[in-house]
Design a protein around this ligand. Sequence first.
Ligand SMILES: NC(=O)c1ccc[n+]([C@@H]2O[C@H](COP(=O)([O-])OP(=O)(O)OC[C@H]3O[C@@H](n4cnc5c(N)ncnc54)[C@H](O)[C@@H]3O)[C@@H](O)[C@H]2O)c1
Length: 375
Amino acid sequence: MEYVKYGICGLGGAWMFHSAGAKNNPHIKFTSAFDIDKRKLKKAARIYNMEYYTDYDEFLNSDIDALLIMVPHYLHESLVIKAAEKGKHILCEKPMARTLEECDHMITATKKAGVQFMIAENHRFLPAHQYIANAISKGWLGNVFLVRAYEGVNEIPGLMMPDLWKGDPIKAGGGALMDMGVHKFSTLNWILNDNIESASAWLTKQCTNLPEKAEDNAMVHIKYSKGTIIDLVVSFTVISPPTNSMEIYGTKGTILENHMWQNPVKINSTHKEMGKNKGKWFEPEIEHAPFPKYYEISARIEDSYFTECILNGEKPKFTPAHAREAVADVLLSYLSARKERTVTYKELMEIYNHKNTKTILNGLEKIVQNYCPTD
Ligand SMILES: NC(=O)c1ccc[n+]([C@@H]2O[C@H](COP(=O)([O-])OP(=O)(O)OC[C@H]3O[C@@H](n4cnc5c(N)ncnc54)[C@H](O)[C@@H]3O)[C@@H](O)[C@H]2O)c1
């Protein structure tokens, strides 16, 4: 097989950067599309010369080897399981699902079917993050003791639409934290090579106030098992262009990362491998461009990597278990907000073992603190 025939499932915002990222890849062919919106289907089918379907079973029977799933979060589990049963490889957008039980069902089904399955966690494929992971693993920062991590986007229009899935605790599995926290947790777990021990979260509504929607802003204080402390902030209500940033402080150096910058990483390290840049601020050359380009760059690298895994029969290094862990970290944070105290990972596991992690999401919107001005 020289190329992989992909079926596109969901033609919304995420499709924009996946389609741009895969544009010149000879190993990726988009052959079929599925959505409930016929207008979007017809337009995409015309541009990419695809067949199109509004029936998922018919779509799965079309001429496709793999799926790229980009639909609201409550649909991830059922669509992934059905596709696996049809023997299709699956690249599914983040977060993997809303609960740990849904993640488990997806892992079991894809393992049983023997198909390739990866969550499209583009932050694991950002060149800036690859650089940071490498720098930390080589010891350039020494012992990392503190990280401040941030992501902000503008989802105000979606949050103010009562019927739209964005920010709906059941359809989306939460608000800003479920949506963007998974990016941060996937990245932090990887670059720190560690697991979260405890978390303390604060969920608020700052600029939107539909009672049925969850948080539009969230802050979480986290302790990792090796002792690193994290200050994580995500916002759905930043009206300037989307951005991400991290400040990483270690005993031998510091990394400042900001996706708004042309050079996204600055490092200042006393490690001997820094050579002439030892003890100075240094900006390594990293493929990058501010929003929206960095979305496209990461999707290009990610989609190309997953396609190579299919073609070469190799298991992706970003495993479903890694993606599941990020969902667990979000649920841990939600549990803390519910209990209004710091909670341990062990407490989350108690709920997983004896109840169902869906209980953490039920009525989540009611515990969000509303500071949105009324006039
Ligand atoms: N990695 C990233 O940075 C990033 C960015 C944006 C979105 N995403 C993820 O991509 C996924 C989709 O998000 P989006 O922003 O594109 O959403 P969206 O609302 O813009 O698009 C969703 C699409 O799914 C379609 N759809 C809805 N219900 C459907 C159904 N029952 N059957 C078939 N199609 C249906 C809609 O018509 C729409 O075209 C989510 O998992 C989201 O978290 C990831």
